[in-house]
Write a new protein. Structure first.
Length: 224
């Protein structure tokens, strides 16, 4: 396209990026992507929100890839990695000094409140206990009216148990901003929610997603 080569994954991440831009009305201080892979979406976040600090939480093997990828794209940015951290905790001094934080899951980020949490197609690869830990992290550390972009399979069975989006452990403090079948992926759902203590409608939306899930399972079973 216009003499540039775009792979399907990049196009999907552009779709996710545009969804965020449409729903952000003010300057964002902290963004956290859980499961960034090699850093494709993180690169877009850094380019589109240059004043924001980006936190990446992923397994060490993936963090090697994303650190290399982002260092090559943003040599001017100050990037902190696990080897720079003591006591498994980010200090306020480091938060003030660095732009990008590439961390394993056990490093604490409790000294700040995050404006946007993102997970694109990696919760579906985790078991329920790990998903619960990440939801605890999100729900304890998100700002008032913070956004959570969750794009994952309706039903995935690669970890020894069914992982279904409608069973994700949302608490009752979420207002649904957008809910749709994802672009180009009929087996993946896009759910954007805002932290809201008073007008939560997440239970109703998860019930709707459950109905879509059962319908998709019927379609899948016909082809097994």
């Amino acid at each position: 396209f216009n003499d540039k080569i775009l792979d399907p994954n990049s196009l999907f991440q552009i779709y996710a990026m545009n969804l965020l831009k449409k729903n952000i009305k003010e300057e964002i201080k902290f963004i956290c992507e859980i499961g960034a892979g090699f850093g494709c979406l993180s690169r877009l976040l850094i380019k589109n929100f240059p004043k924001s600090k980006i936190f990446i939480i992923d397994l060490p093997e993936a963090n090697y890839l994303s650190s290399y990828f982002l260092l090559k794209h943003f040599p001017e940015k100050k990037i902190i990695m696990y080897s720079d951290i003591t006591n498994n905790e980010i200090s306020l001094k480091q938060i003030n000094e660095y732009d990008i934080f590439i961390l394993p899951p056990w490093v604490k980020i409790s000294k700040i409140k995050v404006n946007i949490f993102i997970n694109v197609r990696s919760f579906m690869e985790m078991n329920k206990n790990i998903i619960k830990r990440y939801f605890d992290l999100i729900q304890e550390n998100i700002t008032e009216e913070g956004l959570f972009l969750n794009i994952n399979r309706y039903d995935k069975r690669s970890v020894g148990e069914p992982i279904r989006l409608f069973e994700y452990p949302y608490d009752d403090k979420w207002k649904v901003i957008k809910s749709e079948i994802s672009w180009s992926h009929s087996n993946v759902h896009t759910l954007i929610t805002k932290r809201d203590n008073f007008t939560s409608d997440i239970r109703e939306e998860l019930s709707k997603i459950e109905k879509i899930t059962h319908k998709n399972n019927l379609i899948i079973n016909k082809h097994l």
